[in-house]
Design a protein around this ligand. Structure first.
Ligand SMILES: Cc1cc2nc3c(=O)[nH]c(=O)nc-3n(C[C@H](O)[C@H](O)[C@H](O)COP(=O)(O)OP(=O)(O)OC[C@H]3O[C@@H](n4cnc5c(N)ncnc54)[C@H](O)[C@@H]3O)c2cc1C
Length: 378
C-alpha cells in the first residue's frame, strides 16, 4: 500500500527481521513457508563486506539440514574441516580429530558465498528485503509493532506482529528497546588473508591438512584456517585496551609476530608489509541483558556472541534461528509464553558456554604475569 505522501510506503507483515546476516536470512527462509516476512538490512545489496568466520562445525551442518537449507552448501566453495591442531597450555602441538567424535567432520566454507546462498533461498521463498536502510524507531502498540525505516529518499512505515533482532553485535532492536549489552571481556581480532606456500611445509610428524590451527602466545592467541580460495585466514586475538592492540595493527609488527609463532606461520608465504590488508573486529563474548520479550526476540550474535575460540558462531546463528522459528509459530498461534521460554533456553546455553570458555582459558598457565592471561586466570 502506498501512502499519499510521496516516497512513503506502509507495509504490513507477520514478521520483521532486522539484520540480513546468516541468522536473519536462515530464519526468514524457515518462516516464509507460512508467514509474510520482511528483512531489513543496513548494507546495500552490492556490499561484499563478508563476515569473518569460515570454520563450520558438523553440528552446524545438521542445523542447516533441519532448516531445509542443506542445498546452500553445494552453492558455496568448501573443503573438509577435519580437526584442530593447537599449541595451548604446553609448547608442543596436539591434534584433535573430529573423525572420532559423534558429529564427525565439518567444513571450511566460503563465508560470503554461503551467506548469499541462504539469502537467495529466502528470496526464492518469498521473503522481502529492504536494504541500505536504517531503523529509525520502533514502538509496540496493542499487539503490533510500528517500525519506521529510512532509506536514501524513501520512508517505510512497517507494521509487524513480531520483530526479530538479527543485527549481530549491533543489537539494534534490543538497544532501541533500552537494553544494554553485557561484554564479559574486551577481546578483538586483528586479521588478514595470507597466501599458502605452494608446497605446504607441515611440521614433522604432524598432519594438519584440513585443520584449524590455534596457538597461544604471551599476549593473546592466534588462529589460522584454510579458505576454499586457496588462502589462509590468520587472526591474532588480544584485548582492545592492551597496548599490543595498536602495535599489532601495524603490518610490519603483525608480520614479525606471525614469524615468531611455532605453528601458525608454517607453510605461509609472508607478504610484503605494504600488501598486507589487516582488519580489526570485536571478538569478545557479549549478549543483551534480555534476549526476548513480548512479541520480539534476538537470534545469532544479537542473542549471544561467542569468543571465536569456540568456533560456535555460525552454529549458534543457525540453531537460534531454528529455536526462534518454533517460538514464533507458537506466539502467532496464541502462546504468549513462547518468547520467555526461548529466552530461558538461550540463558542455559549462555551459562554453559561461559563455564566451558573459562575452563578452557584456564588450561593455559604459561604466562601468568601477562595481563591478557591474568584476566582469564582470575
Ligand atoms: C574473528 C572472528 C572469527 C570467527 N570465526 C568463526 C568460525 O570460524 N566459525 C563460526 O562458526 N563462527 C565464527 N565467528 C562468528 C560468526 O562469524 C558470527 O557468529 C556470525 O556471523 C553471526 O551471524 P549473525 O547473522 O548472527 O550476525 P552477523 O553476521 O553479524 O549479521 C548481522 C547483520 O545485521 C546487519 N545489521 C547490523 N546493524 C543493522 C541495522 N542497524 N539495521 C539493519 N541491519 C543491521 C549487518 O549488516 C549484518 O548483515 C567468528 C567471529 C569473529 C569475530
Amino acid at each position: 500500500m502506498i501512502d499519499p505522501k510521496a516516497n512513503s510506503k506502509t507495509v504490513g507483515v507477520d514478521v520483521l527481521i532486522v539484520g540480513g546476516g546468516m541468522a536473519g536470512c536462515a530464519l526468514a527462509y524457515a518462516l516464509a513457508h507460512k508467514y509474510s516476512v520482511l528483512v531489513l538490512e543496513k548494507e546495500p545489496e552490492t556490499s561484499r563486506q563478508d563476515r569473518i568466520g569460515e570454520s563450520l562445525p558438523a553440528a552446524a551442518l545438521r542445523s542447516l539440514k533441519s532448516l531445509g537449507l542443506s542445498d546452500t552448501i553445494d552453492q558455496c566453495a568448501h573443503s573438509d574441516y577435519h580437526g584442530v591442531v593447537s599449541i595451548w597450555g604446553q609448547s608442543r602441538p596436539i591434534r584433535k580429530d573430529f573423525f572420532d567424535t559423534l558429529d564427525g567432520s565439518g567444513l571450511h566454507v566460503d563465508r560470503g558465498l554461503l551467506n548469499r546462498a541462504i539469502k537467495k533461498a529466502a528470496v526464492g521463498a518469498g521473503v522481502g528485503f529492504i536494504q541500505d536502510a536504517q531503523l529509525s524507531s520502533l514502538s509496540s502498540n496493542n499487539d503490533d509493532w510500528a517500525v519506521e525505516v529510512d532509506r536514501t529518499d524513501e520512508h517505510y512505515h512497517i507494521q509487524a506482529r513480531i520483530v526479530v533482532d538479527a543485527s549481530g553485535r549491533a543489537s539494534v532492536v534490543a538497544r532501541k528497546l533500552g537494553m544494554r549489552r553485557v561484554n564479559t571481556d574486551r577481546a578483538v581480532a586483528i586479521h588478514a588473508q595470507c597466501t599458502r606456500m605452494k608446497t605446504d611445509q607441515t611440521l614433522p610428524q604432524l598432519n594438519y591438512q584440513g585443520s584449524t590451527l590455534i596457538e597461544a602466545v604471551e599476549n593473546g592467541w592466534w588462529y589460522r584456517a584454510p579458505l576454499p580460495s586457496g588462502k589462509y585466514i590468520i587472526s591474532f586475538h588480544t584485548d582492545s585496551d592492551l597496548p599490543i592492540t595498536s602495535f599489532m595493527q601495524k603490518p610490519g609488527v603483525w608480520l614479525d609476530a606471525l614469524r615468531s609463532t611455532k605453528l601458525i606461520n608454517n607453510g605461509v608465504e609472508l607478504s610484503q608489509e605494504s600488501a598486507l590488508k589487516l582488519a580489526v573486529c570485536a571478538a569478545n563474548s557479549s549478549f543483551p541483558r534480555q534476549c526476548a520479550g513480548d512479541n520480539w526476540l534476538a537470534i545469532g550474535d544479537a542473542a549471544l556472541a561467542f569468543d571465536p575460540l569456540s568456533s560456535q558462531g555460525m552454529f549458534n546463528a543457525l540453531t537460534t534461528a531454528l529455536l526462534a522459528k518454533q517460538a514464533i509459530y507458537e506466539v502467532l498461534d496464541g502462546n504468549s509464553d513462547a518468547t520467555a521460554s526461548y529466552a530461558r533456553k538461550i540463558a542455559r546455553v549462555c551459562n554453559a558456554y561461559q563455564q566451558n570458555l573459562t575452563e578452557f582459558y584456564r588450561t593455559e598457565v604459561r604466562w601468568r604475569e601477562s595481563l591478557f592471561w591474568k584476566r582469564r586466570l582470575a
